[in-house]
Write a protein that binds this ligand. Sequence first.
Ligand code: PMP
Length: 362
Amino acid sequence: MSEKRVFVFNPGPAALPLPVLQQTQEEMLNFRGTGMSILEVSHRSQEFEEVLNSAVERIKRLLGLDERFHVLFMQGGASLQFAMIPMNCADNKKPVAYVDTGYWATRAIKEAQNIVDDVAVVASSKDKNYIYIPKNIVLEKDFSYLHITANNTIKGTQWWKFPETGNIPLVADMSSDIFSRVFDPNPFGIIYAGAQKNAGPAGVTIAIVREDMLERVPQNLPTMLKYSTFVESNSLYNTPPCFAVYVVELVTRWLEETIGGIAKMEEINNKKARLIYDYIDSQDFYKNPVQPEDRSWMNVIFTLPSLELESSFIKEATQEGLIGLKGHRSVGGCRASLYNAVTLEAVEVLVDFMKEFVRRNG
Ligand code: PMP
């Protein structure tokens, strides 16, 4: 087994902060004096409830959520949220609105179409293969909500200015950029994120639900598919993914206590993104297709002059301990995912490797 840790640029599951992994290891056999592993502790115990409540409080503080917002821990990934949102939040059968910014947004739309009759795609960047974020969206009807994908993990775009929707709640898939930058949560009826990129391990999904959205939940939905079930039981209606919640608590603790909050995290993420985009823009061996003002700070996609060069780039990078740089199978190319736990040092090492690769192959 290798003694050395590598630099993880995986798209998700993804890098976790080293101090979080270390604490997990230290507490593995004896969780805070219980004489048991967190993996063995009852979800009905005071110890576990303290972990869960602390995670909720930390998420609220980090995102500046007031008492109207409920923080829920669910399972089924962001993909189950694609279904739960139209099931729970289509208000009196009013049409629902979506923006199509590629792959995950498209999946969310398809799932809504399975559930609601009237799904309006009010804007799309499909005409240019999703290399930009649609602007100036006008909502001409009274929609139940407007769904957007805040960061497009595969296409490498990110919303830097959210659409203005008046009284229509925004619903956002923040799977790949939650906790990465400061934003005003107030226009959002629902924010959701699979934890496995910026918030923790796979297995838990964070859903943040504003109180007024609960009024819409139909009574006849299956119990486990109702947001209200999770609100009423503090996410403890059934056995939650305890270990994953525990790691989310450690990640949010790290964000608050080591990083110093989301504004600080955003500064670091900005530095990381600038380093790699500035380099990409300074030469023409690597190319990023995204419209510059819509570039993602989380997922930096780039191509090389040929498929052969891409495959040797990925192979040699892996040998150097730079892991996870292959683009999504649907788009090819390369992708560096620079989530919160990816350090500035990791990005420096990556950019140095990119330069070195050009010297040998350019
Ligand atoms: N939305 C986005 C933006 C994603 O990046 C992903 C996962 N890569 C998903 C949804 C799907 O998440 P899950 O695997 O948790 O269902």
